[in-house]
Design a protein around this ligand. Structure first.
Ligand code: GAL
Length: 366
């Protein structure tokens, strides 16, 4: 931070004026914006969040410079990346934490240097240095997963399950929210849980091992469905079922993120549903906030639509709406063009390759 930034801070001129080095701390010039993403095992970050944020930032701040890093599921690597970005003199930090709790220290570092922080997708807990939070209604994500599975189990004649639950990473605050939403649906319908696991790093291979353990413990007929918290863990669970000679089509499995492979599994009848979260909306809102903060301008008044308690303050928030996806609404969701915000999340061309062509045809996808 240049002398001008500190000067503004000392005299309480307001955070937006305190960005980065002198020559871009206010009034329309560009600025340096850091985007720090948590992991690379889940495909959304490099396939969607990074490129979509980059193009949306360019739209809202053509002169802004993007400083990007991915922590590969490693919180200490993210700590180093935060320190490196601050040393580079960034004006705004957009942070999607590997560990929602331990990220508070990273935010406090940024605050000490007058750098505003946007908590991206996952809420950073326990720091009053978080200026904005942008995400989806994550309890709703779980409710959509839970209610879809509850209805499918009832249609299959096994309304109370039991099911196997493959949850996400215990260090990710989102996993807690997804779980709350899903469990509320299972409790309401009286669905029994045969086995339940938390999956470190949301790692698909660990999810596969967990599902193998569950099948060994309860047998091929000891469960009637699988609650997988995202598509990565769903892929692991489905691979385990296939390996054990269990037809995944007979065990409805949930997911999240509308990954390419998940859409292919849905078309092929191997996965029952996923949840589409339009990252084009999430990255656009975040880019608008970052652009305003980097250029010392006011944040668009119609952007913030909520506030979220992170244990230290009520954080002004932009909360987007998730959508449940099955084979019946692919065209209206993941294949839909997003206009100014970008191309469709997935394309029929990408999904309907080779071994999926037949299933796509049967589903009317051509
Ligand atoms: C969550 C995110 C999900 C997900 C998971 C694994 O925080 O909201 O979309 O896939 O992390 O990265």
């Amino acid at each position: 931070m240049g002398v001008l930034g500190c000067f503004a801070l000392v005299f309480g001129l307001g955070l937006v004026a305190c960005g980065g080095d002198d020559d871009d701390g206010g009034g329309g010039g560009g600025g340096k914006v850091a985007l720090l993403l948590p992991e690379s095992k889940t495909t959304r970050y490099e396939a969607h969040d990074h490129p979509e944020f980059e193009s949306n930032l360019k739209r809202h701040c053509p002169d802004c410079e993007l400083v990007y890093s991915n922590a590969n599921q490693d919180a200490s690597q993210q700590q180093d990346q935060v320190e490196a970005a601050l040393t580079e003199g960034i004006d705004v930090m957009v942070l999607d934490p590997v560990d929602s709790a331990s990220a508070a220290g990273m935010v406090n570092l940024a605050k000490q240097q007058g750098v505003p922080v946007i908590s991206y997708d996952r809420l950073i807990l326990g720091s009053d240095g978080v200026d904005y939070y942008v995400s989806f209604d994550n309890v709703k994500v779980g409710e959509l997963q839970g209610s879809a599975l509850v209805k499918k189990l009832a249609d299959d004649g096994t309304p109370t399950g039991p099911i196997v639950k493959i949850n996400g990473s215990p260090t990710d605050n989102n996993a807690k929210l997804f779980g709350q939403g899903a469990q509320s649906q299972f409790d309401a319908a009286g669905v029994q849980i045969a086995k339940e696991y938390d999956t470190p790093d949301w790692s698909p291979d660990k999810a596969q091992q967990e599902m193998e353990q569950a099948i060994t413990a309860v047998g091929n007929n000891g469960f009637t469905g699988v609650y997988a918290m995202n598509d990565g863990t769903a892929g692991g669970a489905i691979a385990a079922m296939t390996g054990a000679g269990v037809d995944p089509a007979s065990k409805p499995t949930t997911g999240q993120d509308a990954e390419l492979e998940a859409i292919q599994r849905i078309v092929a009848g191997q996965q029952f549903m996923t949840v589409y979260k339009a990252t084009s909306l999430e990255t656009d809102a975040t880019a608008q906030l970052a652009a305003a903060l980097a250029q010392g301008e006011d944040v668009p008044s119609d952007l913030v639509n909520d506030e979220t308690d992170n244990g230290a303050k009520m954080v002004p928030s932009v909360i987007e709406t998730p959508v449940a996806v099955t084979i019946d609404n692919l065209q209206d969701t993941v294949f839909k063009d997003n206009g100014d915000l970008g191309p469709p999340y997935q394309t029929v061309q990408d999904v309907c390759v080779a071994q999926f062509a037949q299933a796509c045809k049967a589903a009317g996808l051509e």
